[in-house]
Design a protein around this ligand. Structure first.
Ligand code: SF4
Length: 479
């Protein structure tokens, strides 16, 4: 049976959106440094090469210096990149060949490049593309794997895969595509554990959809639609009428949208929207939560921007209105608000089925009488001290978890004397937004020997909606 090939134009559009920062990962200042770094990158990570080259280039800054180098000295400098004897020999040979044949300069002629010691077709293509801007599409291990998984090639060798890719994509796009496919292979389409459920190419990929065996691992993936009860794919199809270009200005909502399978709809996030981790590489940022870049948001042409009233200033909503951009502002001050917020989001996104079970489970968890637990102070900042008051989401989370939140309402600044006057029986130090650590814990414990001082997971305590259940569990475990 023929496997359908993804549309190259659509594939490029998605890759551009997912990896706007795709570029050569080898640090270099000139063609000479790039060719050396590329030789060292064989069977080695780019990160390791980047750690190795500064000392190498400081000692041997150009081809002439390398041409006269002693083998043992070069070996010692490149040892950590593996195959160091061979690489050192090639590097010295490279320096000698460049001096003898090209006046010490790296040639931009493909044949002359490929004829240099240690420089095969792949290295030559990398150098041509990145040092001289000559269209080339070097197929490395990542591109080989990704291209075959995507059904772009069935060829068994990198050279043939390169030929297939060059036929399928415009010459002008080869350099960009080369970097994007490498980024995709590194960040999403991992050799052993591809993250298909979160992949922006999933609906274009015959391997991810289980339509063919993974040419790399030789197994057939379960299509996500069978894997998850209400999968990303099904939901995308079922709710095609909902907003499709969402900018989230709320870190926990960003995470929630991914949990619901809407990663492909996210076109923008704040720099604080950092979970799940891979989102940092695939969704562009639009500034911070308090000061988002409105021009960038406008350029992304979203059909919905999601805000939260405590997290984002009212002026942002007003500016979005002035720009004619639709927005939705949540208001989360209690755990009960989370159930309402889940339903509101579910309806607005055209996916009430994603929200309802979680909202019901949350409401069930809130039922029943609660004992009045120890007086607990949740600090959120140091120098000056700031706390989350009883009328905040965090305050209510403590209450619902069986503690008694204390302190002034909202997020007050507290003096040392205020802290003493509050006489807490329990002090919580979340790991964010301030990075409280064991040293702070020890200091406060010394100052309040009657109280118990806990260093706790800040995301569980403050990331409403996506982690409310985890927050409740955490607080209950403290009680
Ligand atoms: S869907 Fe899976 S196999 Fe296909 S490109 Fe994405 S991560 Fe790779």
């Amino acid at each position: 049976m023929r496997t359908p090939k993804p549309d190259p134009g659509e594939l490029q559009r998605r890759l551009r959106a997912a990896y706007p920062d795709a570029q050569c990962a080898l640090d270099h200042q000139d063609p000479f440094q790039l060719v050396v770094a590329t030789i060292l990158s064989a069977q080695c990570t780019d990160a390791r090469v980047n750690l190795t080259t500064p000392a190498l280039f400081a000692r041997f800054p150009d081809a002439a210096a390398l041409a006269g180098a002693r083998q043992e000295e070069v070996e010692a400098l490149v040892k950590s990149t593996g195959f160091f004897r061979n690489k050192a020999r090639n590097l010295i040979g490279l320096g000698q060949a460049l001096v003898a044949r090209h006046g010490g300069q790296v040639p931009s002629d493909p044949a002359a490049l490929a004829a240099l010691p240690g420089v095969g077709q792949k290295t030559a293509n990398v150098v041509l593309a990145n040092a001289f801007g000559v269209p080339a599409l070097a197929v490395d291990t990542h591109i080989f794997r990704v291209a075959r998984r995507l059904g772009l090639s069935k060829a068994p060798t990198p050279e043939k895969v390169e030929a297939d890719l060059c036929r399928a994509f415009p010459r002008a796009d080869w350099i960009e595509l080369h970097h994007q496919l490498i980024f995709h292979g590194r960040r999403t389409c991992d050799a052993r554990r591809p993250d298909c459920a979160a992949c922006p190419l999933l609906d274009l990929c015959p391997t991810g959809l289980g339509k063919m065996k993974d040419p790399h691992l030789g197994v057939r993936f379960e299509a996500p639609s069978q894997d998850l009860p209400a999968s990303a794919l099904n939901r995308r199809q079922a709710s095609a009428q909902g907003p499709q270009r969402i900018v989230s200005l709320v870190p926990s909502v960003t995470e929630l949208l991914v949990q619901w399978g809407f990663a492909a709809r996210l076109v923008g996030r704040t720099r604080y929207c950092i979970e799940p981790r891979w989102i940092r590489n695939t969704v562009p940022t639009v500034g911070g939560t308090k000061d988002p870049d409105l021009a960038r948001i406008r350029d992304l042409a979203p059909d919905l921007v999601i805000l939260e009233q405590d997290e984002n200033p009212k002026a942002v909503a007003e500016a979005l209105t002035a720009l004619g951009i639709p927005w939705l502002a949540l208001e989360i001050r209690t755990v009960q608000d989370c159930a309402r917020g889940l339903r509101l989001l579910g309806e607005r996104l055209g996916a009430p089925e994603a929200a309802e079970p979680r909202a019901v489970a949350l409401e069930t968890a809130l039922k029943g009488r609660r004992r009045k637990g120890p007086r607990a102070l949740a600090l959120i900042w140091k120098a000056p001290w700031m706390s989350a008051g009883p009328d905040t989401y965090l305050g209510d989370l403590l209450r619902q978890g069986g503690l008694t939140p204390i302190g002034p309402d909202r997020y007050p600044v507290l003096s040392d004397a205020d802290l003493g006057d509050l006489a807490p029986k329990m002090i919580l130090l979340p790991t964010e937004p301030y990075r409280f650590n064991r040293r702070h814990q020890a200091e406060l414990q010394k100052r309040f020997p009657e109280a118990t001082v806990h260093l706790v997971d800040g995301q569980a305590l403050t990331w409403y909606l996506s982690r409310t259940e985890a927050g409740l569990d955490l607080v209950r475990s403290l009680r």
